[in-house]
Design a protein around this ligand. Structure first.
Ligand code: 4AD
Ligand code: MG
Length: 461
């Protein structure tokens, strides 16, 4: 089969040639003697128009096909310079692969994204989702290309883990125990020694701790996989299952980390603009009319930098505007992040050196005793897209922090070993893949950039 995308791109080459295309019917119109089909073959969000005549032996059958049917068309490419589409296919034969029914949910009209979420198994057949998931696929490819070109080793870190990488207690439990009949020990606590792994386990919230150990062998590494958080926040940018890109570099500090993050983000954006120009134009026309301007501006500008302490000073001046006023020590909410990146910088901005009490245990403590060498990248429209840090490489400082936070030290013995045996300064970050896709497409809800979203009270499909 020929791809419709190629027909659009190389119409001259295919003109008057015989082609075969397979796809799904978007509309059928017919009269007594001829008809039109708008066909989508999945290679492109644009349809191809099929003209068919009653010279086809199955003309009646084709005329009565319902929207959604799958067909294979053989025919000739005819250029139509006067029409909306630059060409059409004059069918010489149409084979029906699979019929559809009149209650097919995707009739030709505008459907809301909310409605389309209820048919997540069919929504990839719409223009918007066709464009979103093609861009998502290309962005994943761009990320691998970016790191591979730079010699980073791709490490597959485990999905099931025994530790809490972020120490935030937002984990999904993994267990084979019978919930209705849990084995108990003498103190009445659940006896996890009876569980499959003989211990408590959960789905990973981040591959970082595992990937750090590989950075201590390969220097530059990355992991890119699904991560899971049982965060009870029902927002447009939180999912319980999301994908994260986590590079880690040995012999690197926070500045190296921010340089890598900026270079990577610009690379992905440029790659997608170069390789999906039609899809990006679609987003710019129908989803967010400032998209191109914004993305071009990002590729060409230097990202901003501000410390957390400076950011709080700025935000305090406009505290009356916020639902949650800030003071030194408070975590930045989306409203504050967006104010900084949209009102003050109008471009992506790195916020650095957060108070240690609102950040994870592994971040390197600064000399002031109050802050850590952390960085979050905030972007207009989305807020936090990247979280990263230089890691605490000093064994004693790290051990003390784990004790201070009442974490189970015995769960982290292998992690601490990397500080015992040839530890060195190192740094890394995590890019939320869905947030990056939202940012690049202008889509405003995380549920619409992941195939089958998992959010609070929602794990259908
Ligand atoms: O800031 P976070 O929690 O950082 C980490 O997990 C570090 N271990 C990363 C590292 O240094 N290797 O998460 C990183 C990014 C966030 O900036 C955000 O983009 C995304 O992951 N993220 C989520 N995306 C969707 N839904 C959620 N519930 C998310 N939580 C975090
Ligand atoms: Mg974060």
């Amino acid at each position: 089969h020929i791809l419709v995308k190629d027909l659009y791109r190389k119409t001259e080459e295919y003109a008057d040639k015989q082609v075969t295309v397979g796809g799904w019917i978007r509309t059928v119109r017919s009269s007594k003697t001829f008809g039109f089909i708008e066909l989508n073959d999945g290679s492109f969000f644009k349809n191809v128009q099929i003209v068919f005549e009653d010279t086809l032996e199955n003309y009646q059958e084709i005329s009565k096909l319902n929207v959604g049917s799958a067909i294979i068309v053989e025919g000739t490419i005819v250029k139509t310079p006067e029409a909306k589409q630059p060409f059409e296919i004059k069918a010489s034969a149409i084979t029906v692969e699979g019929t559809s029914t009149p209650d097919y949910p995707l009739q030709k009209k505008r459907h809301s994204f909310e409605f389309l979420r209820t048919i997540a198994h069919l929504r990839p057949r719409t223009n918007t989702f066709s464009a979103v998931f093609r861009v998502r696929s290309l962005a994943a490819y761009a990320i691998h290309q970016f790191f591979q070109e730079r010699g980073f080793v791709y490490v597959h870190t485990p999905i099931i883990t025994g530790s809490d990488a972020e120490g935030a207690g937002e984990m999904f439990r993994v267990s084979t125990l019978d919930l209705n009949n849990l084995p108990k020990d003498q103190d009445g606590k659940v006896d996890f020694s009876k569980d499959f792994f003989g211990r408590e386990t959960n789905l990973t919230v981040s591959g970082q701790l595992s990937v750090e150990t590989y950075a201590m062998a390969f220097r530059n590494v990355y992991t890119f996989g699904p991560t899971f958080r049982a965060e009870n926040s029902n927002t447009a940018r939180h999912a319980a299952e999301f994908w994260m890109i986590e590079p880690e570099m040995a012999f690197a500090d926070l500045n190296d980390d921010m340089e890598l993050a900026e270079e990577m983000l610009k690379y992905i954006i440029q790659f997608v603009m170069d390789n999906a120009p039609e899809e990006m134009e679609f987003f710019n026309n129908f989803i967010d009319q400032t998209l191109f301007e914004r993305l071009v501006n990002i590729v060409n500008s230097d990202f901003g930098h501000i410390t957390y302490t400076e950011a709080i000073e700025l935000l305090k001046k406009v505290n009356h505007q916020f639902e949650y006023p800030v003071e030194w020590g408070s975590d930045l909410q989306t409203e504050h992040e967006r104010y900084l990146t949209e009102k003050i910088f109008n471009k992506p901005v790195f916020v650095t050196d957060y108070p240690k009490d609102i950040k994870a245990f592994y971040m390197r403590q600064n000399d002031d005793g109050k802050t850590v060498a952390a960085m979050d990248l905030l972007v207009p429209g989305v807020g936090e897209i990247i979280g990263g840090s230089q890691r605490e490489e000093r064994l004693d400082v790290l051990e003390n922090r784990i004790k201070e936070l009442n974490m189970k030290e015995e769960d982290y013995w292998w992690y601490l070993d990397t500080r015992r045996y040839g530890g060195t300064k190192h740094a890394g970050f995590g890019l939320g893949f869905e947030r990056a896709i939202m940012y690049m497409t202008g889509m405003s809800n995380i549920r619409d950039v992941i195939s089958f979203p998992r959010t609070v009270k929602n794990a259908e499909f």
